[in-house]
Design a protein around this ligand. Structure first.
Ligand code: FES
Length: 147
C-alpha cells in the first residue's frame, strides 16, 4: 500500500468512526434521558416525546429514563396524548436489565419478553414488570416511585 492509498483508507475509517459515533449519540440522546427525581416523582415533560421535522410533529414511542438513584432505567411508553406506561427495566425472572425493542422489552439472560404494558409474553419470567403510577399535570408526567 502506498502513502496515498494508506491516507485514503485511514480517512474513510476516520470518517466512518465519526459518523458512527454521532449516529449513536443522536439515537441515544433521543431515547435515553437523565431526569431529576423531585420528592418521590420523576418529572418528564410531555414535550420530550415530540420530534419536530419539516414543520410537522411526530412522537417517540418511548423514552428511557435514567437517574443515578435508580438501580434500573424506566421505560416510558406513549400510546397517545393521555396514555403512558412507566415500566422498570428489571426482569422479574432473575433481575437482569431489559432491552427495549420497539413495543417489547426483552431479557438477554434467558429470553423473557414483556409487552409495552409490562405484561409477560414469554417466559421463563411469570411476573409482570413493575408499572409506576403516572399523573399528568401541566403537560408533565409525574411518575411516582412510591412503593
Ligand atoms: S433474568 Fe431475565 S429471563 Fe432470566
Amino acid at each position: 500500500m502506498n502513502r496515498k492509498e494508506f491516507l485514503k483508507t485511514c480517512g474513510f475509517s476516520y470518517l466512518a468512526g465519526i459518523t458512527g459515533v454521532s449516529l449513536l449519540e443522536s439515537c441515544s440522546s433521543s431515547l435515553a434521558m437523565s431526569k431529576e427525581i423531585v420528592g418521590s416523582d420523576i418529572l418528564l415533560p410531555i414535550a420530550d416525546f415530540e420530534i419536530k421535522y419539516n414543520g410537522k410533529t411526530k412522537y417517540k414511542k418511548y423514552i428511557i429514563i435514567q437517574n443515578e438513584l435508580l438501580k434500573f432505567p424506566i421505560c416510558v411508553y406513549r400510546f397517545d396524548t393521555e396514555n403512558y406506561t412507566a415500566l422498570l427495566m428489571e426482569c422479574t425472572h432473575q433481575g437482569a436489565e431489559l432491552q427495549v425493542y420497539g413495543d417489547k422489552l426483552q431479557c438477554s439472560a434467558h429470553g423473557s419478553e414483556f409487552n409495552n404494558k409490562g405484561l409477560v409474553e414469554d417466559g421463563p419470567a411469570t411476573t409482570h414488570l413493575r408499572n409506576f403510577p403516572i399523573l399528568i399535570e401541566n403537560n408533565i408526567l409525574k411518575i411516582s416511585l412510591k412503593k
